[in-house]
Write a protein that binds this ligand. Sequence first.
Ligand SMILES: Nc1ncnc2c1ncn2[C@@H]1O[C@H](COP(=O)(O)OP(=O)(O)OP(=O)(O)O)[C@@H](O)[C@H]1O
Ligand SMILES: [Mg+2]
Length: 237
Amino acid sequence: MNKESVIIIENVTKRFPVGEGEFTALKNINLQFKRGEFTGLVGPSGSGKTTLLNIIGSLDSPTEGKAIVLGKNISDLSHQESALLRNKHIGFIFQVYNLLPVYTVFENVEFALLLQDYSKEERKKMVMEALEWVGLAGMADKKPDKLSGGEGQRVAIARAMVKRPEIVIADEPSANLDAANTHAILKTMKQLNEELGTTFLFSTHDEKVMGYLERIIHLRDGAVEEDEIIEANIINR
Ligand SMILES: Nc1ncnc2c1ncn2[C@@H]1O[C@H](COP(=O)(O)OP(=O)(O)OP(=O)(O)O)[C@@H](O)[C@H]1O
Ligand SMILES: [Mg+2]
């Protein structure tokens, strides 16, 4: 099947100023990601995983080369345009899920929709559907301090998915979870990937997460060491 590339990384180099000099975190990276991929960046600490995810998420831009996300060269976007790309089209899941403690689970997920023009009724329907996707519809009125770590990360998945983004970026989503919760959230994300066609891009050190990935990109010292397709994990494509 020939699917379009939703992310094109072309000769991307990223340098950070450090003291008087600079540090090269990404060295001439070339990668493409097609719609519906379930892919992970893997590699030692400092290999450039988060740096690359931040560029794809338009939170940062390359020093050299091009990152084209959903047809847009992110280096050309104004502050406002890149905010719009993130608000509408890219969901983020982090190691620390950062739920706002004084708001309910429902409200925490609803926040992801407030910058867009949905009516209150539409928002309610979308939030409850997203909470159902992650198995937490019954906890909509709870405050985050009543949740377990696994439940908290499920709310974060609902918050990332509620706007039905084309791309979800998950930077070490299982780092604070035990084995059972890690398997549970990965199964949920895989199911959403299959049902909604969302492209998922992870960074991880976790062998359990790797067991679900369809493609593993090994980074070392800011370069792609290996781009591995895991045929056994590719379903329905
Ligand atoms: N803003 C910055 N300024 C200077 N150096 C940076 C900056 N951001 C990242 N780096 C450096 O770039 C390198 C890559 O960092 P990055 O966070 O992408 O690694 P990573 O693969 O995500 O590591 P980890 O597995 O620990 O999360 C590291 O050496 C880091 O210190
Ligand atoms: Mg990182």
